[in-house]
Ligand binder design. Structure first.
Ligand code: ZN
Length: 313
């Protein structure tokens, strides 16, 4: 992300004729240069400050590319991917979803995640592979519904609309946020009850929150809080969304939009409990030291995380 800044700095250091000495000084106010450096660093870290275009370093010392001696296959692969992704312009719908996710996460956690955090959020290790796919498709509007069928022509129009909501165009967002399907409201209600029963504050639901719920927090203190509190929240939001989407597909595809078909509330509730419980069990699997070595979670952490989640269900 900051490669251009490092490149310009390296060029300037190379151009410097005398020996360069680095010194660590965290005493703000010890002298003018240190104070100015601290102030500049703080301004640069402030997310509200617009990024400044860094001037290039002296051209004869600015060497593009990578020395072969320091190149590994992994690094080469990462660099090629990054270069290609820069050449591809983000789709407008994706950018809109990123902004919605950023604002929703800010409202829920008080921190605006970067584009990179949001792109990676769908791939959080707390999520199952199927959930990752669901969120990734949601972010890129790649689910085959609504607009997808509209583009295919008039004979597919009946698949593009939501039958329950008087011919509203169907979409991932519609299914999760505004559809009149009773399943949707019931699953979110169950998730809210589960979360507030442990003293959590239930945020305003939005498609941004669902798509960005995996956006991590980075500082050490936040990471401690996350271990204790956020995993179930992230999982709860993603799994609830996944269940709503699966039951919506079941109604629309398996039951072919049968107007008389509805999932029974008792069935929805038992499915919800089953999904959340299975995540609880797989988190217990992650405590397996023989399998995961140092990466294994501590059993106490998992118990503290999930304790009380099932009491009221
Ligand atoms: Zn609907």
């Amino acid at each position: 992300e900051d490669a251009d800044v490092f490149r310009a700095a390296a060029a300037r250091l190379r151009a410097h004729q005398a020996r360069v000495r680095f010194e660590y000084d965290d005493q703000v106010g010890s002298n003018e240069i240190v104070t100015a450096a601290h102030r500049a660093a703080e301004t640069a870290l402030d997310e509200e400050t617009p990024a400044v275009q860094q001037p290039d370093g002296p051209s004869e010392f600015d060497l593009p590319g990578m020395p072969l001696s320091g190149l590994s296959q992994r690094l080469a692969h990462q660099t090629i991917r990054r270069t290609r992704s820069r050449a591809t312009r983000a789709r407008r719908s994706t950018t809109a979803h990123l902004d919605a996710a950023r604002e929703a996460i800010f409202a829920a956690c008080g921190r605006r995640p970067s584009d990179r955090d949001l792109h990676l959020s769908a791939f959080h290790r707390d999520f199952r592979r199927e959930t990752r796919q669901l969120l990734w498709r949601g972010k890129h509007m790649a689910h085959r519904c609504g607009d997808f069928f509209e583009r295919m022509g008039p004979e597919w129009q009946h698949l593009a609309v939501c039958r329950l909501c008087e011919d509203t165009t169907d979409s991932f967002e519609h299914a999760l946020m505004t559809c009149e399907d009773g399943v949707r409201a019931q699953v979110w209600r169950l998730a809210e009850q589960l979360w507030t029963s442990r003293g959590g504050e239930w945020p305003a639901l939005s498609i941004g929150l669902v798509l960005g719920c995996g956006a991590g927090v980075d500082s050490k203190r936040e990471a401690q809080v996350r271990r204790r509190r956020n995993p179930p929240f992230r999982i709860l939001i993603a799994e609830s969304a996944h269940l709503i989407w699966n039951l919506r597909c079941d109604r629309r595809i398996e039951h072919a939009d049968d107007p008389d078909f509805r999932h029974a509330p008792q069935f929805v509730k038992s499915e919800f409990c089953r999904v959340i419980r299975s995540r609880f069990d797989s988190d217990h699997l992650l405590t397996n030291r023989r399998r995961y070595g140092n990466r294994a979670l501590k059993p106490n952490t998992v118990n503290a995380t999930w304790r009380g989640l099932f009491e009221e269900q």
